[in-house]
Design a protein around this ligand. Structure first.
Ligand code: SAH
Length: 196
């Protein structure tokens, strides 16, 4: 199948991801004043930029130029289509997580006024379903593009995000919710249900 098909599939996923994030980002900005506590603000902002440079920029370059052609490798069409199906699941999860977190969501580590600990819905499966969704997104984008260079930049970005942010995020949740969060930790895994 022609590469253009894969470009359309990737663009569809990227666009839906941005529509979902855009909507919640707008909602977050309109309630920004209700943030009561922020952790590692400047590092957190850097991490948001890191995701931009590791996920968005190479993705756009792959879509609109052939500069990343050195990283192409062969994958059967069926596997690349499977990548799209994984991507649809990732988008659903990404949307559901935002909806479940509601006004407790923030792009950086924060405690919002009247912050509630969410342990239901997709938060029953893992403690960080948004990062799980991102992991699926990256698997999806890697298979659709069949480009090792893009796969490397995305996974390196995610690894840095997870290694630096998750321990601090869990510490923040523990400071705020104490025993309730400790109990929740005993019942759930971080990223992949029953495994890790
Ligand atoms: N790590 C989570 C959430 C990412 S959004 C996930 O992957 O789904 C980041 C914000 O969500 C943090 O500022 C934190 O305050 C908040 N948060 C994380 N887990 C939460 C939970 N279980 N309930 C409510 N808020 C949570």
């Amino acid at each position: 199948m022609n590469e253009i098909i894969y470009k359309i599939l990737l663009a569809t996923l990227v666009l839906s991801m941005n529509i979902i994030r855009g909507y919640y980002q707008k909602r977050y900005k309109s309630t920004h004043a209700v943030t009561t506590r922020v952790k590692q603000k400047s590092r957190e902002k850097l991490l948001v930029w890191l995701m931009f440079f590791s996920l968005a920029i190479p993705g756009l370059i792959w879509l609109f130029t052939n500069w990343l052609s050195f990283g192409q490798f062969y994958l059967p069409g069926s596997i690349r289509i499977l990548g799209f199906i994984i991507g649809v699941f990732a988008m659903w999860l990404f949307y559901t997580v935002h909806k479940t977190l509601g006004d407790n969501w923030s792009p950086t580590l924060e405690i919002r006024k009247e912050h509630k600990l969410i342990v239901s819905g997709v938060y029953k499966w893992t403690r960080h379903p948004m990062y799980t969704a991102m992991l699926f997104q990256m698997v999806s984008f890697s298979l659709i593009t069949a480009n090792w260079f893009y796969a490397c930049t995305m996974f390196a970005g995610l690894a840095i995000l997870l290694i630096t942010r998750v321990p601090d995020e869990e510490k923040l949740m523990m400071e705020e919710f104490g025993e309730q969060y400790k109990d929740y930790m005993k019942q759930t895994k971080r990223l992949i249900p029953f495994i890790f």
